[in-house]
Design a protein around this ligand. Structure first.
Ligand code: KG4
Ligand code: ZN
Length: 338
């Protein structure tokens, strides 16, 4: 079964053709990063306008690259939530038009479920159950993946998402956008033990995240140095901040898996492409006899192949949308309403 998938929830206009869940025939990503760099972060209104300009060419290229005509597609899938509402609406409207014009079923896909499913593309033999850390610019969750369509959220963030913290600290350090790769690079030349930034745990044994504290601690640290006229070592701050974040992400993931007696771990989302994070979790996983899976960086950040993969399993489970499908900025992972 060939699915044409569309993703436009943030600043990537993406389309892909995916066969039977994991066979990616094409994966086109038109990123707006250069444009948003000027403003130090994603400007929603600009993102929506660029999606409108790009979507037609991106979808055509996905079909071309796959060597299939629209008539040969079996269904159209689209990210309908969560994300930037104006950005999502572009993909949803386009997908509805295509599905109507070509008389193909329409499959609504939850963006986070898509991120998780990127793991099946990377490792088709991966079987649930597993516990997945989803860390991106908008989300930080630990999810118990019980089947390909049955998810239980174990932990969420109380404030900032992990990627958001990377982006904000990077901006303050003048390292640019997106912050994750910039911080990772600066950290390579820094000492991760130079400054002990807080590792926040929510409540007794709580697995929820809070990253606004570590972000504020970095800001205060920099302001203090500035006030005293002391030198700011950006690499040391980047390395110490990154260590604080990945310590928490890895600890919570391991604890969640232990509590559920699940021995398979997975990573997903833009922050999952962070190399020190992967290495740290791999080390902790190995010492406990856990298996760890993660997608290549291109499948960690936003793409439509992951949406086409998730859509296949949702389709098999009977999920369909009609032309009344809307976009939603927020949506429950466990029980999405469409
Ligand atoms: O999954 P994604 O492309 O979009 C959302 O759904 O949010 O994630 C983007 C986020 C950004 O905050 C970016 O700074 C972060 O992922 N990111 C990283 C790395 N690469 C991207 N964070 C840490 N280390 C990286 N190497
Ligand atoms: Zn994403």
């Amino acid at each position: 079964m060939k699915i044409l998938a569309i993703e436009s929830s943030c600043d990537e206009t993406a389309a892909a053709v995916v066969e039977d869940g994991t066979n990616v025939l094409s994966n086109v990503i038109n990123t707006q990063i250069e444009l948003h760099k000027l403003y130090g972060g994603v400007v929603p209104e600009i993102a929506s306008r660029k999606h409108i300009e790009n979507i037609s060419a991106v979808v055509d290229k996905a079909l071309d690259d796959a060597g299939v005509a629209l008539e040969e597609i079996d269904a159209v899938a689209v990210t309908y939530a969560p994300g930037l509402i104006g950005a999502l609406l572009v993909g949803v409207s386009y997908a509805k038009g295509l599905s109507f014009a070509a008389s193909k079923p329409l499959i609504p896909v939850h963006h986070i479920r898509g991120h998780i499913c990127a793991n099946y593309i990377e490792t088709p033999s991966l079987e649930p159950p597993f516990v997945c850390l989803v860390a991106s610019g908008g989300h930080s969750n630990i999810v118990h993946v019980k089947s390909r369509t049955d998810y239980e959220v174990i932990a969420s963030t109380n404030d900032d998402a992990a990627g958001e913290a990377f982006d904000k600290v990077s901006r303050v350090l003048g390292l640019g956008y997106p912050g994750g790769p910039a911080i990772q690079k600066a950290a390579e030349s820094g000492n991760s033990e130079a400054v002990r930034f807080p590792r926040v745990n929510m409540g007794e044994g709580g697995l929820d995240f809070s990253f606004s504290g570590v972000k504020t601690a970095v800001l205060n640290y920099i302001h203090n140095l500035e006030q005293r006229g002391e030198e700011i070592n950006k690499n040391d701050i980047a390395a110490s901040f990154q260590q604080a974040v990945i310590d928490v992400l890895s600890d919570h993931l391991i604890t969640a898996a232990e509590e559920r007696s699940v021995k398979t771990l997975a990573l997903a989302g833009g922050v999952a492409s962070n190399l020190p994070l992967r290495e740290l979790i791999q080390k902790k996983a190995l010492s406990r006899g856990f298996e760890l899976y993660y997608p290549r960086p291109l499948l960690c950040t936003d793409n439509a192949a992951m949406i086409g993969c998730a859509a296949y399993y949702e389709y098999l489970a009977g999920r369909r949308a009609d032309l009344s499908l809307n976009a939603y900025a927020n949506m429950d992972i466990e029980n999405p309403i469409v």
